[in-house]
Design a protein around this ligand. Structure first.
Ligand code: EPU
Length: 340
């Protein structure tokens, strides 16, 4: 027997989004299993509403009230489900906190995710934007996931190729957008672990250690993030507000001629990723504010809610920054969080 669904009408979302924006959902439902989603789908009134699948709310900007049903993925559980010669497989429910899960893997002696320490949000949301930091992306240790298909009511599995991971991108931003809810994710954590110190700032942080362990790398990442990024529990934000733009080698060379200090990194395919934080910083925005919406004073890529900002206030500031960067550098910055 499916349990009756306890959904809540006119539900406040402020504590469910890391920007701390005041907004309401027409209806809210904590989801613990695929059965909850099936029951919800069978209810014609609930099924007719627009849906927002929510994890930790750390990569969204609510631009107003949400006139539909928020499905808050709350399933819990972490389990080692097997191993082969190369990897240990760990299955994690969508509602687990990402950083809590990373600490769990390290305590279990499993390396691979240490560079992704302290990223806010939940495990189920992590594949959607293929979270990445300090030289590692989720896809590097990803095995598969299972998700609920709102169209058919079935649970399906996707392997790494089917997820079409890219830089802050996956099939859940395209083909599966608004059509599926991730239920759990399985990671393949390498048996022959090697430190990844490709990110210069991380290597510098660890330069006194000859052979840092996964735990030590995690501690270093936590130290860097704590220094540079605002704690959403203290000051509302959604991490980087824009993606780092990727440009052709020709475009990058032309920019470098005009701006000799340009910060850029060559990609595998010969293109270049520009540091959006540098572009914004150069336009003089670091530490500036328009009303309650501000640019963080230690990382220009992070927009912050200085207290009582609306989603529209943040958007207005973002548009001003985009216009300035386009006028100075001819580059259009693309928002990183999902705008609701
Ligand atoms: N920079 C400035 N001024 C600034 C900020 C940055 O000049 O105010 C320049 C510096 O030269 C710095 C470079 O930009 O060395 C890169 O900055 P940082 O190392 O902080 O990284 P990022 O490119 O700004 C990206 C991710 C972060 C991730 C870090 C570390 C994106 C959109 N952001 O930021 O991810 O933690 O690298 O890997 O790719 C997030 O997605 O929410 C996020 C925080």
């Amino acid at each position: 027997m499916p349990r009756p669904l306890a959904f809540y009408p006119d539900f406040p979302l402020r504590s469910l989004n890391s920007f701390g924006i005041e907004a309401q959902a027409k209806a809210y439902l904590p989801v613990r299993s695929a059965d909850d989603l099936r029951t919800c789908r069978a209810d014609s009134a609930l099924d007719a509403l627009p849906r927002l699948v929510l994890g930790g709310g750390s990569n969204i900007l609510l631009t107003g009230d949400f006139p539909g049903l928020v499905l808050h993925m709350c399933g819990k559980g972490i389990e080692i489900i097997g191993a082969d010669a190369d990897a240990t497989f760990v299955r994690v429910a969508a509602g687990e906190n990402w950083h809590g899960f990373v600490l769990w893997t390290l305590a279990a002696g499993l390396g691979g995710l240490e560079n992704l320490s302290l990223i806010p949000g939940t495990v189920g949301a992590a594949p959607i934007q293929n979270i990445g930091a300090y030289g590692v992306e989720l896809q590097d240790c990803f095995h598969s996931l299972s998700a609920f298909d709102f169209g058919t009511g079935d649970v399906f599995t996707l392997d790494r190729a089917a997820c079409e991971f890219g830089y802050r991108d996956s099939a859940f931003k395209h083909r599966w957008r608004d059509r599926a809810a991730i239920l759990d994710v399985t990671f393949a954590l390498p048996k022959r672990w090697r430190a990844n110190l490709a990110y210069a700032e991380l290597a510098r942080e660890l330069e006194t250690l000859a052979a840092p362990t996964a735990q030590e790398i995690s501690a270093a990442v936590i130290a860097i993030r704590t220094r540079k990024l605002p704690d959403p529990a203290v000051i509302g934000n959604a991490g980087s507000f824009f993606k780092n733009p990727v440009v052709s080698a020709d475009q990058r060379d032309a920019l470098q001629l005009r701006h000799p200090n340009l910060v850029s990194h060559r990609q595998f395919d010969g293109s270049y990723k520009l540091a959006a934080g540098w572009l914004i910083d150069q336009c003089g925005w670091k530490g500036k504010a328009i009303g309650a919406a501000g640019v963080y004073d230690r990382q220009a890529l992070v927009l912050v809610n200085r207290g009582g900002a609306s989603g529209q206030d943040i958007l207005h500031l973002a548009h001003m920054i985009q216009t300035d960067v386009r006028e100075h550098f001819g580059i259009m910055l693309e928002p990183e969080p999902v705008l609701i």
